[in-house]
Design a protein around this ligand. Sequence first.
Ligand SMILES: Cc1ncc(COP(=O)(O)O)c(C=O)c1O
Length: 459
Amino acid sequence: MHSRSLLVAAADHAADFLETLPDGRVGAEELDVDALRERFDVPLPDGPTEPRVVLDELVAAASPGLVRSQSPRYFGYVIGGSLPAALAADMVVAAWDQNAGGYSVSPISSVVEDVVGDWLVELLGLPAGASFGLTTGCQQAHVTCLAAARNGVLDRVGWDVEVGGLQGAPRVRLLVSDERHVTIDRAARILGFGTAALVPFAVAEAGRIDPAALRAELAGGDGPTIVCAQAGDVNTGGFDPLAEIVEAAHAAGAWVHVDGAFGLWAAASPRTRHLLEGHAGADSWATDAHKWLNVPYDCGLAVVADPQPHHAAMVVSAAYLRGSREGERDPSRWVPDFSRRARGFAVYAALRSLGREGIAELVERCCSCARRFAEVLGTDDQVEILNDVVLNQVLVRFGEDDETTDAVVAAVQDEGTCWMSPTTWRGRRAMRISVSNWATTIADVDRSCEAIVRVARAR
Ligand SMILES: Cc1ncc(COP(=O)(O)O)c(C=O)c1O
């Protein structure tokens, strides 16, 4: 039997960790890979160990290596934390251990996923009736959406890609931005398009796809075409002009896919919604819940306007599986996974605990915090803010050369008050700040700015 005291001890360990977040050092302790490995790398034991001993030793061994990416002053990559309700729900989900692949395996997991799918489609301003799937992340959401796109554009020219595959199929072009996320490239590889099918065209100065360049590219080729646009650039947070892209692409018969890993959440606030103008006219959208919605890892979302190609691309059936009946959802028919975690519960808890207003406030507060970073750091004459801070991302450059910026980023990480990752944007090194945690406040930004300026001056 499972022991209550073991689960309570696990919850205590979790709470102990979370209580270190407000003031603890944000980055992991300086342990190299060998030192980290030593903490776990013992010979595979022959016999059993008491679960309580396993738990306590595991926590003790892992603790120094943990990154406090849940901290309100973690601004690296685009990570997000875990809302209390979502985290608590996910802990219970681990105990329930439901396989959310099919309705017959866990009817309640399917139902909750159905509900959150409808909520998300509405919240993100996407067309009612669109189909969706909860994936591991935005990468897999791209795979799902682009598989639907592949089905859709080839079906229009009379090719059933689910039967015939891509061997012998009409060639598909993927028109992509120069500044697309790398996960688009991998989705293209996984789906058999290959990176040679990607046709990058220049983005305009402001970091947005230039609709004129897109129109020229569309006119310069023919055959099945997919256009990948972006809502929220991973470096700058910038948005492509989606209304113009959708219009141009649809006029040429192309499918429009939107990468909105975090930027799609701009739809949740009346203050940022304008950035997405026209996005509902696209054909598919990929985003994450584990970033800006702050559910525990992992959870992404694939949405497709027309359920038909989406379903055709993902459906599986077998004699031993009970086919779903009217109104019953089989989650595995909408994503590439067969057996899967019941991700819907944590999403439900997050959406329910914040409500529409709370989500809008979360998005707006993160954007205000990003602007505050730019305002405060930008007053220093050794600092240059490289991007137009339209959302939650800030690019900061220190001094005259790349080395200075890299050195400041490394010193800030080492100092421990906050944590940012470096990047290269348009050939120049920068500190990349992403504000995507539900708990971050202006006070956290001010505390972080004080540390950054102090560290930069001390060099
Ligand atoms: C714009 C963009 N697209 C896609 C991804 C990939 O998302 P995931 O890591 O959830 O697969 C990211 C991750 O940061 C992103 O910023």
